[in-house]
Design a protein around this ligand. Structure first.
Ligand code: E4P
Length: 220
């Protein structure tokens, strides 16, 4: 499973990229707003992220009509060769995805929750589909069960183009584990979750013991 970083924070992206573990980045309007982003700077911000990351960078459209989504998508795709246009799962979004993917532009269909939505996204030409896990858990449904349905349903068919499932709305390492066991192609994770994935108390305890013993070696 590949890891994408789910953030618009430049410092986090630089740090995770330096670890050599991320294969892409996903952003959304909320994540950009969290960075204090303004409209005038949006395209530059996406360009900066694209220059740091050696892999796809999802930038989201905000239009609700297909023509607006297509226009935004074409502008975003011009920013850098690794831009992926992120489009919400809705009828107008499907139409825009079809038009954009017909032009060779990669689309990540976002706000996907169910297998039927994912099947439609794949048919419309989406290269990436992002089922949200944590938001199901937020309403007392098992997001991992829905993710498993998406992965299984898509694996039953050939869509004539590559489709990768991005486990999204991932909140903790348990989600990462479950997504990998299900066979999601990618997990997009916040920096806090990536940091939790690398931590283990036995690693910390073992490291402390090694360093304490090395002190003895040095002082002997
Ligand atoms: C996916 O691409 C979204 O940006 C993200 O994973 C949403 O996560 P959230 O539900 O924690 O906001």
């Amino acid at each position: 499973m590949k890891f994408f970083l789910d953030t618009a924070n430049i410092a986090e992206i630089e740090e995770a990229a330096s670890w050599g573990v991320i294969s892409g980045v996903t952003t959304n309007p909320t994540l950009y707003a969290r960075e204090g982003g303004n409209l005038a700077e949006f395209h530059n911000h996406i360009k900066r992220i694209c220059a740091i990351v050696d892999g796809p960078v999802s930038a989201e459209t905000v239009g609700l009509k297909r023509d607006e989504i297509i226009r935004e998508g074409l502008e975003l795709a011009e920013l850098a060769p690794n831009v992926v246009v992120k489009v919400p799962t809705m009828p107008e979004g499907l139409a825009a995805t079809k038009a954009l993917s017909d032009k060779g532009i990669k689309v990540n269909m976002t706000l996907c929750f169910t297998a039927p939505q994912a099947l439609l996204a794949a048919r419309s030409g989406a290269a990436y589909i992002s089922p949200f896990v944590g938001r199901f858990d937020d309403i007392s449904e098992d997001g991992i069960d829905h993710l498993a349905n998406v992965v299984q349903a898509l694996s039953n068919y050939d869509f004539g183009h590559d489709v990768e499932v991005i486990a999204a709305s991932v909140r903790h390492p348990q989600h990462v584990l479950a997504a990998s066991l299900i066979g999601a192609d990618i997990a997009t994770v916040p920096m806090s979750t990536l940091a939790k994935c690398v931590k283990h108390p036995l690693t910390d305890r073992g490291l402390k013991a090694f360093l304490d013993d090395w002190e003895k070696v040095k002082n002997s």
